[in-house]
Design a protein around this ligand. Structure first.
Ligand SMILES: NC(=O)N[C@@H](CC(=O)O)C(=O)O
Ligand SMILES: [Zn+2]
Ligand SMILES: [Zn+2]
Length: 347
């Protein structure tokens, strides 16, 4: 008999963009309704680089989420060429920063203040290695000579591999992996190397973005690759290997900014995140592996307690709306217009 409900220990999302202002108000509860905690990306304009900015942003997030959700945003510091190790450590020690994020300069949305050469942040990384603070990485090189489909694999060879050799104790999460090479890299690393996998990279490959017309809502960074890479990600996600855990990279952009001659990168998956993962795990015959991936391996890596509560999904064909709106803001969610098999039961 097919299973009609699915109850999991309450999951966490280890990579989200909650944005700010009216967009924050629109999107925050989509994350909070299903996840107990979320690692919040710092790529605002201006970026979150200080303890005070992180605290103020956390307050704005808490104000945007209904208090009875019991949602905890975990904040991150945006590394720049000039950021001070002292500020990073101070934030980590008092809980304002759970981790620090490395954006190679100009690799993705709001990364203009990112790091231009990893040598510039060497003292910060050494400090992080010493205090056990996780480094979260957008793993793509930005050199114009490197094809966009190769940028993640080249980053492993030229940046991350050498860095880890140099600082073997550094705790690293390679975010939103998209390639077989990243799966192999993470598996070959020590226990201090892990990766997040998005809901969308488990489902789309580059054909979904480009065949039969250009589909801006399937465009994100790192860009979806060939099918064989998607297959490798699916295998890693359902393998039960604790190095791979849930991070949606939900990244809302207004509809007109995506449907444009130069469309923004980012997929807004929060409204359908846990349901999308459930569908993928079920297709792989691995629903029993979802709880580890969604609710256990992330906290283990971050050295945080497991959540106490649960969520329940029911098997209920549910159509995902074409847009999610508030006032003038319209955002197209992942799976827009599709019928999903699972639906989160509101607790
Ligand atoms: N993933 C994306 O395509 N976009 C993210 C940035 C990021 O995570 O690289 C965003 O902030 O829009
Ligand atoms: Zn990124
Ligand atoms: Zn992201």
């Amino acid at each position: 008999m097919t299973q009609s409900t699915l109850t999991l220990r309450k999951p966490d999302d280890w990579h989200v963009h909650l944005r700010d202002g009216a967009m924050l108000d629109l999107v925050a509860d989509f994350t909070a309704r299903q996840f107990a905690r979320a690692i919040v990306m710092p790529n605002l304009t201006p970026p979150v680089t200080t303890v005070d900015q992180a605290r103020a942003y956390r307050d704005r997030i808490n104000a945007a989420v209904p208090a009875d959700r019991g949602f905890t945003p975990l904040m991150t510091a945006y590394l720049t060429d000039t950021i001070e190790a002292e500020e990073i450590e101070r934030g980590f020690k008092d809980g304002a920063f759970t981790a620090a994020k490395l954006y190679p300069q100009n690799a993705t949305t709001n990364s203009a203040h990112g790091v231009s050469d990893i040598a510039n942040i060497r003292p910060v990384l050494e400090r992080m290695e010493r205090i056990g603070m996780p480094l979260l990485v957008h793993g793509e090189v930005v050199s114009p000579d490197i094809d966009i489909f190769d940028r993640e694999a080249v980053f492993l060879e030229t940046v991350l591999g050498p860095l880890i050799k140099d600082m073997p104790g550094l705790r690293v999460v390679l975010e939103h992996i998209t390639t077989e090479q990243s799966v192999d890299f993470v598996k070959a690393g020590g226990d201090n190397i892990a990766a997040t996998i998005t809901a969308h990279h488990l489902r789309i490959d580059r054909n979904d973005m480009l065949v039969g017309g250009m589909r801006p809502h399937a465009y994100c960074l790192p860009v979806a690759k060939r099918r064989l890479h998607k297959e490798a990600l699916r295998k890693a996600a359902v393998s039960g290997d604790p190095k791979f855990f849930l991070g949606t990279d939900t990244a809302p952009h207004e509809r007109q900014a995506k449907e444009s001659a130069c469309g923004c990168a980012g997929i807004f998956s929060a409204p359908v995140a846990i349901e999308s993962y459930a569908q993928t795990f079920e297709e792989e015959g691995a629903l029993d592996k979802l709880e580890g991936f969604a609710s256990e391996f992330g906290p283990a890596f971050y050295r945080l307690p497991l959540n106490e509560g649960t969520i329940t999904m029911e098997r209920q064909p549910t159509e995902i709306p074409a847009t999610i709106d508030a006032g003038d803001i319209k955002v197209v969610p992942f799976h827009a217009g599709e019928v999903m098999n699972w639906r989160l039961v509101e607790g």
